[in-house]
Design a protein around this ligand. Structure first.
Ligand code: SAM
Length: 253
């Protein structure tokens, strides 16, 4: 089937890799998975090894129409829709459910934000995505970005296996990697801290003190005083602070 580049259609057919991804998604106490972008159904098939029910959300007309034909007798619900406009409240979801998918790269960040902030958060979100983005999501202090912080404040982030580009048809320009996000019961920082982080990253490579002087309209001396109180180096870049540093800084500001 001809692929639509605009929908990020790169098919993955290696059975062992697909089973490995589905295995990462499996949890003891949930039998339902929401799959994002099932495409030709290769990951769907692997997911059925670990889950009784798959709710597959596919935007492409032909794919959404054809998918049920590949799974006769299986508990498959196909939703022909943009996953970003999916109303989770309207789905027949059990208390505990999982989200999985070999996702279209162009909406990686909105997909993550949608599910980690959902009123009914999944137990686990297991996504195959561009390797560089996976690394940014799981980054540590020194390499933090808004993307990484805004994920790690709301979920435990773990890296899974790397999937080389040659396993895809057609092969994309980059390698992929599985990311496992486990939403936390309570976020590690408040909305206010998140707003401070956004100000701090206005110019990611500049010194944090410079960004905050501009963003908060405070003098450099005032900012550096707060840094000293919280043991933050005056030369720190936005990427250097831990989540705990951001929380402490926001409180003292
Ligand atoms: N799961 C299949 C596989 O592993 O071979 C296909 C993965 S392909 C990278 C991404 C899939 O997401 C495609 O089937 C594409 O049509 C679908 N898709 C793209 N944008 C979407 C959206 N906004 N909502 C739901 N599905 C989407």
């Amino acid at each position: 089937m001809k692929n639509k580049k605009s929908l990020g259609q790169n098919w993955l057919k290696d059975r062992d890799i697909l089973i490995d991804i589905a295995d990462h998604a499996s949890v003891d106490d949930s039998d339902t998975v929401v799959e994002i972008g099932p495409g030709l159904g290769t990951l769907t098939s692997a997911l059925f090894k670990f889950f009784d029910k798959v709710i597959a959300v596919e935007l492409d007309d032909r794919l959404a129409e054809n998918l049920p034909k590949s799974f006769p007798g299986k508990n498959l619900q196909v939703i022909h829709q943009d996953v970003l406009s999916l109303d989770l409240e309207k789905l027949d979801l059990p208390k505990k459910y999982v989200v999985a998918g070999n996702i279209p790269y162009y909406i990686t960040s909105p997909i993550i934000q949608k599910f980690i902030h959902a009123a009914r958060r999944p137990e686990k979100i297991v996504l195959l995505m561009q390797k560089e983005v996976a690394e940014r999501l799981a980054a540590e202090p020194g390499d933090y970005s808004i993307l990484g912080l805004s994920a790690q404040i709301y979920a435990k982030v773990t890296l899974g296996p790397v999937v080389s580009r040659e396993f895809f048809t057609p092969p994309p320009k980059v390698d992929s990697q599985v990311v496992i996000l486990e939403p936390l019961d309570e976020p590690l920082a408040s909305e206010k801290t998140m707003s401070l982080i956004k100000l701090g990253f206005i110019a990611p490579r500049k010194k944090l003190a410079t960004n905050l002087t501009i963003g908060l309209k405070l003098s450099k001396e005032e900012i550096l005083q707060k840094f000293a109180e919280n043991n933050i180096s005056e030369n720190a870049r936005p990427a250097d602070l831990t989540i705990a540093d951001w929380v402490a800084l926001e409180k003292s500001l």
